[in-house]
Design a protein around this ligand. Sequence first.
Ligand code: HEM
Length: 122
Amino acid sequence: MDLRLLGITLRQTPASEVIARLLPFTLAGFIVMVITGSLLFYAIPVKAYLTIFFRIKVAFLVLAGLNVAVFHLTVFRRIHAWDLDRLPPRAARLAGGVSLVLWAGIVIAGRMIAYNWFDKQP
Ligand code: HEM
């Protein structure tokens, strides 16, 4: 979805169609990640809370949510004006790019939680 917003892939397909088809999968994936993530956190709450990587990850999760909200409340509302454009407007490309960077950061930070490089002692 972000690559379509960046105008890199699926350029023949209207952006609204790409979003409509992929949204159920992204929502299902997000729900699974929040459930499994909460269980992982429940297993090591103090350790996780004290790691800088967990804090970075939560900050990125909040920013990723804000990015989605801003996208849907602004440029997405005008999607029919740019739906068939091979290169979406700057605001849509920005939303796609920010999303890719934040979600990559969430995955990397999630993996780094296991490494106690900067752990503060409780
Ligand atoms: C919603 C999107 C999320 C994504 C994409 C995500 C991604 C990841 C990834 C890739 C890992 C590394 C897994 C591994 O080491 O094999 C991880 C670990 C972890 N995640 Fe998430 N996560 C998400 C949400 C959450 C949430 C909401 C929480 C807690 C409230 C959470 C808590 C944790 C914890 C504590 C670990 C470390 C587990 C460990 O190393 O023992 N995650 N996450």
